[in-house]
Design a protein around this ligand. Structure first.
Ligand code: AMP
Ligand code: MG
Length: 268
């Protein structure tokens, strides 16, 4: 297969069946791991600069089907980064209080402050995915949300937040393998939920909902990336590389030192 684009062209309809979840370019596991380790060192350095500079922030959105690798991505991609500068938010079924507000209310509160990297494990996109597939709100309500999401993300972008959105693309077969692994390994039992099975049954509805989100909310200021995610090592490489390139482009700088530091004598 030819080189697979990671970032679909804005304005063009996304057809997920054209994106191979097994894609791995010319990489094997060893090469990918080695390159990822080098990138992780860069990521740690760039994160420190972002924090020290305190002027810009980075928001990383992770979306996937169950067992798609969101938790594992967070664990592996950020394991060299200073936890003090990173805030992870996992969005669950909304509480009564959250449901009593507009759908972005709980999300906006968790947007990263200047100097921070914010990671969303699920996000406001659930409100056009699970909510749409299960008709938790009527169509005219979720239909408006694509524009509302774009407006919200534009506000964040214009306020100094770079946004990167990753869809971890696994195949239906791969999900089955991962569910079976959860069932077969006692230390993974806690990750298995019977509730994930009815979601799996609606796989095609979810893919359609994802295609719409990936098409309608794929903007210059908040681009989507479709990550081939059947191979965890390729997934980690692609995500780490994309984050590093983005931070390099943001080019955070250490603030200037106080003057005359070389004159300072530390008293005994
Ligand atoms: P997990 O990520 O496995 O801990 O599961 C979180 C659950 O919360 C998933 O089943 C999501 O679909 C669900 N969830 C997250 N956000 C929403 C939302 N806005 N509306 C309904 N369900 C949601
Ligand atoms: Mg889950």
């Amino acid at each position: 297969m030819a080189e697979q684009p990671l970032h679909p062209t804005p304005g063009k309809k996304v057809n997920l069946s054209k994106f191979d979840p097994d894609y791995k370019g010319d990489y094997d596991k060893g090469m990918a791991r080695e390159e990822e380790r080098e990138l992780e060192d860069k990521l740690a350095d760039l994160q420190e600069r972002l924090y020290a500079e305190g002027k810009q922030s980075l928001l990383i959105v992770l979306q996937a089907m169950d067992a798609g690798g969101k938790d594992s991505t967070i664990k592996h991609v950020f394991d060299q980064v200073n936890p003090q500068g990173v805030r992870v938010t996992s969005f669950k079924v909304p509480t009564a209080e959250e449901l009593a507000h507009d759908f972005l209310w709980r999300v906006h509160q968790k947007a990263p402050a200047k100097g921070y990297i914010g990671i969303f494990n699920r996000s406001h996109y659930e409100d056009v995915l699970v909510v749409r597939v299960n008709e938790y709100v009527p169509r005219p309500v979720w239909e408006k949300r694509y524009d509302q999401i774009n407006a919200f993300e534009r506000l964040l972008a214009e306020s100094g937040t770079r946004i990167l959105k990753f869809f971890l693309h696994i195949s239906r077969e791969e999900q089955k393998e991962r569910f079976l692994e959860r069932l077969n390994k006692p230390d993974k039992h806690w990750k298995f939920s019977r509730g994930d099975l009815p979601v799996r049954e609606k796989w095609d509805d979810y893919m359609s909902a994802y295609e719409d989100a990936l098409t309608r909310c794929n903007t210059d200021y908040a681009p989507w990336h479709i990550v081939p995610a059947n191979r965890k090592w390729y997934r980690n490489l692609v995500i780490t590389r994309t984050i590093v390139r983005t931070l390099e482009a943001m080019n955070p700088q250490f603030p200037p030192a106080e003057p005359d530091l070389d004159q300072i004598v530390i008293p005994d």
